[in-house]
Design a protein around this ligand. Structure first.
Ligand SMILES: NC(=O)c1ccc[n+]([C@@H]2O[C@H](COP(=O)([O-])OP(=O)(O)OC[C@H]3O[C@@H](n4cnc5c(N)ncnc54)[C@H](OP(=O)(O)O)[C@@H]3O)[C@@H](O)[C@H]2O)c1
Length: 286
């Protein structure tokens, strides 16, 4: 029996992994650690936890994910998204644990029309993206057995996310403005959880960075329109420009990622975002 430790076990992605864990329990023992059990910014705690558990795999589903607040809480964002990731990767190396870490499309500046591949130049334009990029570097430096999955626009039936925010707003308002000039790939965190388990189950591991999201690209406005359609909402949606909806943190204009590498190496076929969204809205509407 192999052991999988999930750090950030109560977060959105952590909850999606917990949901599918019973499907894998004949081969894997799962340990879910929330931030009270393991605060990843505490190096000693991280070291002793991983040494005690000696997992075969450690999935880091924890992060500081408040993109706008990160512009003010720079140290906090770096402590969790960079240094804490470094501690986890180092502890994993010492215990021969495969480290599976999750990162973001916000490591790119979004100023290109090509779909970003894993080896494209990173150039984050906000503190959140910068701190996540530093975390990627530390993870790869500290443990050669590291797999990083960059994902984007994550949502699910768990925790706070765009889909749940929209459904709440649709119930309160008659009209809503949504940014229509930022492009990316919405991703159901349940699909990401499945992709992580597919990688874990593959006996021939390729380490390094991989992109995983749903496809193809869309805008926040089109994403919101589909949420309205699938939830039978009569809300009137208006497309806004980024200038009309200023936020403390800048967002990439087009952070669309190429998904070829994960398909080629791990045979993981990304799902169409509309199908995955429909499943999620159905769960949330019942
Ligand atoms: N959400 C998105 O749109 C999005 C997009 C691209 C990439 N990602 C990446 O995807 C991954 C999963 O995101 P998510 O949406 O599942 O995040 P989430 O719901 O915000 O969950 C993050 C979890 O991290 C935990 N955490 C925070 N600080 C911690 C610390 N010091 N020690 C241990 N745990 C700590 C939190 O626990 P507490 O609540 O107990 O503090 C929370 O459960 C992250 O790496 C994120 O950067 C997310």
């Amino acid at each position: 029996m192999k052991k999988i430790v999930v750090i950030g076990g109560n977060g959105q992605l952590g909850s999606c992994i917990r949901k599918i864990a019973p499907n894998f329990e004949s081969n894997y023992e799962f340990v879910f650690a929330d931030s009270k059990m393991v605060d990843i910014t505490n190096e000693d705690l991280v070291q002793s936890f991983i040494a005690d558990q000696k997992p075969d795999f450690c999935i880091n589903a924890s992060a500081y994910t408040a993109v706008d607040l990160a512009e003010k809480e720079v140290d906090k964002a770096y402590a969790v998204n960079a240094e804490g990731v470094g501690y986890l990767a180092e502890a994993c190396k010492q215990n021969k644990t495969v480290f599976i870490h999750v990162s973001t499309d916000y490591v790119f500046d979004g100023e290109t029309n090509i779909d970003y591949s894993e080896d494209n130049f990173t150039n984050p334009i906000g503190v959140y993206g910068e701190s996540k990029r530093k975390g990627e570097e530390l993870a790869l430096e500290n443990n050669p057995q590291t797999i990083i999955l960059r994902t984007s626009w994550l949502y699910s039936e768990f925790n706070k996310n765009f889909v749940k925010t929209m459904l709440n707003l649709f119930a309160q308002k008659e009209e809503l403005g949504i940014v229509g000039d930022q492009y990316g790939q919405p991703t159901n965190a349940n699909d990401l959880a499945e992709a992580i388990m597919t990688i874990i189950e593959n006996p021939y591991k390729t380490y390094g960075i991989f992109h995983y999201s749903n496809y193809p690209e869309t805008t926040w406005f089109e994403f919101a329109k589909k949420i309205a359609e699938f939830s039978n909402s009569k809300i009137k949606l208006n497309a806004l420009t980024t200038e009309q909806y200023p936020t403390p943190a800048k967002r990439p204009k087009r952070s669309t990622m190429s998904l070829d590498k994960i398909e080629e190496i791990y045979k993981i076929k990304p799902k169409h975002w509309e199908n995955s969204l429909e499943e999620c809205v159905e769960i949330l509407s019942n």
